[in-house]
Every structure is written in structure tokens, then in C-alpha cells.
Design a binder for this molecule. Structure first.
Ligand code: ADP
Length: 346
């Protein structure tokens, strides 16, 4: 059984609604035959979900009938048609292999955005979902440290980068690729181009959720990211201080402008409970909750300052790995993850 033989067989599969077949249309991007079976890679540019489904079924109908074929795997990558626009009119596309994309953003640095992104990813994964986390911060990547990995990613035959695996998650960070490249030279339009290329070149494998840990702020890079890929929902992290809330407002405005749904705010460092049972509102009380009401977006959760959360973040084992009932911060992330799963329905 050779790849050419399989290609010939696939000429019997018509593009739905056309008399031409998928091979002559150039949709068959790869055919691999191994002792175990055959794998076919197809790329379709369409917005109609029935088309890939029909092609998938028709391919199987032909290939499954071939004698001694072994396992048949047909994977279809769906792309936006050229020149098409999405709801926001920005020409975004989905990331192959990913069902839902969630962007975690903050107007300001240092509010715990990466901590929230990492723990949200872990908590979603603990609900049974397949989850990836992508650190999009060119200038201060932190995913490697938060997950305690020093591994460098490899690439596959299609020159895509294969994510690193840790704690059952697929991880990718622009930091993994920056070895000799001084971040200083990757600025302005080059940073934008680099980010776009990066988002397209990761070989995510069957993810229910991909969490994008955006760089702090609401500048060009953040805008590029949310305009390049079709983000299903955004989470904005803030602390209760006015200075952070002002910037959180900008983040909400940015997502609204590009029609990315806002899943809600998370108020981090909301309070500190000391060992003697006293609660201290170090950065003021309830700033995030009031802001969420004012902006008319949901308040997803309040996360206290917690020594174990900080320690675990620095030592590669995010606090959300803890089972329910062990740590209040972990519990908050489990609750937030359950809420997000319910609203994004995957
Ligand atoms: P950002 O991504 O917004 O720059 P980080 O997530 O890197 O912020 O957090 C900055 C520091 O604060 C890290 O050392 C992190 O472990 C710590 N931190 C964040 N949130 C908490 C929290 N709720 N309790 C204790 N430490 C926290």
C-alpha cells in the first residue's frame, strides 16, 4: 500500500457540491503509510461545518473498503477561506487541533496573570478536558518555570513545533524558542509578525481548550493575537487597586472592540488571611467586584494572596494540581474552571 495508491483511491471523493475530486482540488496535503495503517491529512478552507464532515465520511467510505489497509486515520484541518471575515470583520482563523481558545489578559504586569493562566489551565485539565497553555509573552515568558520544565521543543515533519508535556498539559512558550535571540531586537512590526507565525506553527494535539497567556498590556501585540486567531472568550486579571483596575478597563475595551466575548474578571490578591484568622485587604476591598459590576461583565472569582500559591508557582507545580478541599486558592480555580466549561460548552 503506497501513498500514491491511496491518493489515487481518494480521487473518488468529490468536493461536496462539485464534480471535482479532493485530490485535484489540492486538498490532500499528506498521505503516510506505515505497517499499522494509513494517515491522510486534508486541508479545507470553508466556513461550512458540513463540508469537512462529508469529506471525512466519504474518505473513510473509500479507504476502509481497501483490502489490508490497517488503521485509517483521516485528519481534516479547517481554515478560513481567503479574504473571508469573521464576525468581527478581522479575518481571524481557528487554530488547527483546538476546539476553544481562551485569552488571559491583564492591563498591567505583576497582577498574577500568568499564575491565573497556569492554574486555570491545570484546573480545566483536572475536569477531564484536554488543555494546552501557550505563553505569548516575548519579553517575560514564565510558563517554563511555572511548570518546572527545561525541555526544549522539537519540530515535526511539517516544521511545526511540538508542545512540551507537563502535568498532563501541552505547553508552549515563545520563550522556548528565543534562545539566542535578544528580545530587544524583536520589537514593533517584527514582534507582531513573529507572534503571528508562532501562533500558526504549533502542533497542538486535539485540545478542548487552549489558554493563551497574553503579554501584559493592551498594545499592538495583544491586539495582533486577538485579531489573528479566533478567541472564544477572554479572562481579565486584575488586583483590587485602582491603578490595576484602570488598565483592566482598557483590556475589556480592547476585547469588546474586536468582538471577543468577555468571560469575566478575576480579582487576584484580593485579600490575605493570616494564621490568626484575621483577613487583611492589602490592596483595598472589593475593587474588582465593583469594577465587574460597573463594566457589566461577570466576576469569575476572587483569589487571595496565598504563600503556597506563590511557592508552587515558582517551583513548577501550580496550586490547582491540589485536590478540592486542600487549598482555598486551588478550590477557587476548580470553581472557575467548572464555570468556564459550562459557558463554553466543551
Ligand atoms: P503577571 O503574569 O501578571 O506578571 P505573575 O503571575 O508572574 O504575574 O505573578 C507575579 C508573582 O506573584 C509570581 O511570583 C507569583 O507566584 C506571585 N503570585 C501571583 N498571584 C499570587 C497569589 N494569589 N498569591 C501569592 N502569590 C501570587
Amino acid at each position: 500500500m503506497t501513498p500514491d495508491f491511496i491518493r489515487e483511491a481518494l480521487r473518488q471523493v468529490r468536493y461536496p457540491g462539485f464534480s471535482r475530486d479532493i485530490v485535484s482540488f489540492g486538498l490532500v496535503k499528506g498521505v503516510e503509510t506505515t505497517a499499522a495503517g494509513v494517515e491522510v491529512r486534508i486541508e479545507v478552507q470553508t466556513r461550512d461545518p458540513d463540508i469537512p464532515e462529508k469529506i471525512f465520511k466519504d474518505c473513510h467510505a473509500i479507504l476502509d473498503e481497501l483490502p489490508d489497509i490497517g488503521n485509517v486515520k483521516v485528519s481534516i484541518e479547517i481554515k478560513d477561506p481567503p479574504g473571508s471575515t469573521n464576525v468581527a470583520g478581522t479575518g481571524k482563523s481557528s487554530i488547527p487541533g483546538v476546539k476553544r481558545i481562551i485569552a488571559v489578559a491583564s492591563g498591567k504586569g505583576g497582577v498574577g496573570k500568568s499564575t491565573v493562566a497556569a492554574n486555570l489551565a491545570v484546573a480545566l485539565s483536572k475536569t477531564g478536558a484536554r488543555v494546552g497553555l501557550c505563553d505569548c509573552d516575548l519579553y517575560g515568558p514564565s510558563v517554563a518555570m511555572m511548570f518546572g520544565t527545561t525541555e526544549r521543543p522539537m519540530s515535526n515533519d511539517q516544521d511545526e513545533i511540538i508542545p512540551i508535556e507537563a502535568h498532563g498539559l501541552q505547553l508552549m512558550s515563545m520563550g522556548f524558542l528565543l534562545e539566542d535571540r535578544s528580545p530587544v531586537i524583536v520589537r514593533g512590526p517584527m514582534a507582531t509578525r513573529y507572534t503571528q507565525q508562532f501562533l500558526r506553527q504549533v502542533a497542538w494535539e486535539h485540545l478542548d481548550y487552549l489558554i493563551l497567556d497574553l503579554p501584559p498590556g493592551t498594545g499592538d501585540i495583544q491586539l495582533t493575537i486577538v485579531q489573528t486567531v479566533s478567541v472564544d472568550g477572554s479572562v481579565i486579571v486584575t488586583t483590587p487597586q485602582e491603578v490595576a483596575l484602570t488598565d483592566a478597563r482598557k483590556a475589556v475595551a480592547m476585547f469588546s472592540k474586536v468582538n471577543v466575548p468577555i468571560l469575566g474578571l478575576i480579582e487576584n490578591m484580593a485579600w490575605f488571611d493570616c494564621d490568626h484568622g484575621q483577613r487583611y485587604f492589602l490592596f483595598g476591598e472589593g475593587g474588582g467586584v465593583r469594577e465587574a459590576q460597573h463594566l457589566n461583565v461577570p466576576m469569575l472569582g476572587q483569589i487571595p494572596i496565598d504563600a503556597e500559591t506563590g511557592r508552587r508557582g515558582d517551583s513548577g507545580a501550580p496550586v490547582a494540581l491540589l485536590e478540592r478541599g486542600t487549598n482555598t486558592v486551588a478550590d477557587s480555580f476548580h470553581d472557575i474552571a467548572a464555570g468556564i466549561r459550562a459557558s463554553l460548552k466543551v
